[in-house]
Design a protein around this ligand. Structure first.
Ligand SMILES: [Zn+2]
Ligand SMILES: [Zn+2]
Length: 295
């Protein structure tokens, strides 16, 4: 795949799902990611047909690129509690259904936690859950996210995700690479050679053609630190050189890069205000300085 990277960000949709479009425009984003339901609650937010229609109209009028939905954080397809599994499946079904209604490209999912026991023990359960989800939802992508490994998260190793993609065997099941998580999991991203080796490992374990979307976050944690702590672009351990190497690698051409960064501290927001215009600008500048690679 060739083409320009879309620089996007995760924005709030509080006050109506369509309000996310203006928030994305206000920070200069070219693509957006949203929650369609409160991320720490099981109960799904109801969206009126009017609010959904308004999202589609505003999105088209704004000329924005891809929309992605992030699933709620409570989901865990490897849970040992049947009730939690059912709720987890329900949350992904809801995200895919609403995502399809608003014209999203897909849903990003933290697959779950094996609690340090390894994926193998839960493979059949997670595979069956993913199949059930895909069988009962409309035709948009479900992207499993690479994880830092905190709490035994599935997806620390690329092999976990490759195993699941092959087990489910659906063209709708793809992968979201989070730069912070992947780096914290131990995959080098600071140099062109490191990015090349990491994407070779991704290709070997999963297949680069299954990379659907990117979470672009710098890392507060050093290489292999296994802790999920996002940093503003250029201010973390991956750094500007790392993001330059990432943007220059052909595997990332044409992908939507969603910022999930804390935001630069200001007087009004001493801890930052999430993906902001400054981080969008930083990533656009890095992208624009790199020649568009030919895959
Ligand atoms: Zn992420
Ligand atoms: Zn994270």
């Amino acid at each position: 795949m060739t083409g320009r990277i879309q620089v996007g960000g995760h924005v709030s949709s509080s006050g109506g799902i369509f309000t996310a479009v203006k928030r994305a425009q206000d920070i200069g984003a070219e693509a957006l990611q949203i929650f369609v339901s409160s991320p720490q609650m099981w109960r799904a937010t109801a969206h009126t047909p009017d609010a959904i229609a308004q999202f589609r109209e505003m999105h088209a009028a704004a000329g924005l690129g891809q929309t992605w939905v992030h699933n709620i954080y409570l989901a865990n397809l490897a849970t040992e509690t049947p009730e939690q599994l059912e709720r987890s499946i329900g949350s992904v079904v809801n995200a895919l259904t609403v995502g399809h209604a608003i014209g999203a490209s897909g849903v990003v999912l933290h697959t779950g936690s094996h609690g340090g026991n390894g994926l193998a023990q839960y493979l059949d359960q997670v595979r069956d859950a993913l199949k059930q989800i895909l069988d009962t939802t409309p035709e948009i992508t479900l992207a499993l996210e690479t994880m830092a490994g905190q709490g035994g998260a599935i997806g620390k190793e690329f092999e976990d995700l490759g195993t699941l993609l092959r087990a489910v065997d659906s063209p709708r099941l793809q992968v979201c690479l989070d730069t912070c998580h992947t780096f914290a999991a131990g995959y080098e991203l600071r140099t062109p050679e490191g990015v090349e080796a990491t994407m070779q490992a991704f290709d070997d374990a999963i297949g680069v053609e299954h990379l659907a979307v990117v979470h672009a976050n710098d890392s507060k944690t050093p290489l292999g630190g296994q802790r999920d702590r996002h940093e503003n672009i250029g201010d973390g351990h991956i750094g500007t050189d790392g993001f330059r190497a990432i943007c220059a690698h052909p595997a990332f051409a044409g992908k939507a890069f969603m910022l999930e960064v804390p935001g630069v501290a200001t007087e009004a927001h001493p801890k930052g205000d999430g993906p902001d215009a400054e981080n969008i600008e930083r990533l656009k500048a890095i992208r624009d300085a790199v020649a568009v690679p030919v895959a």
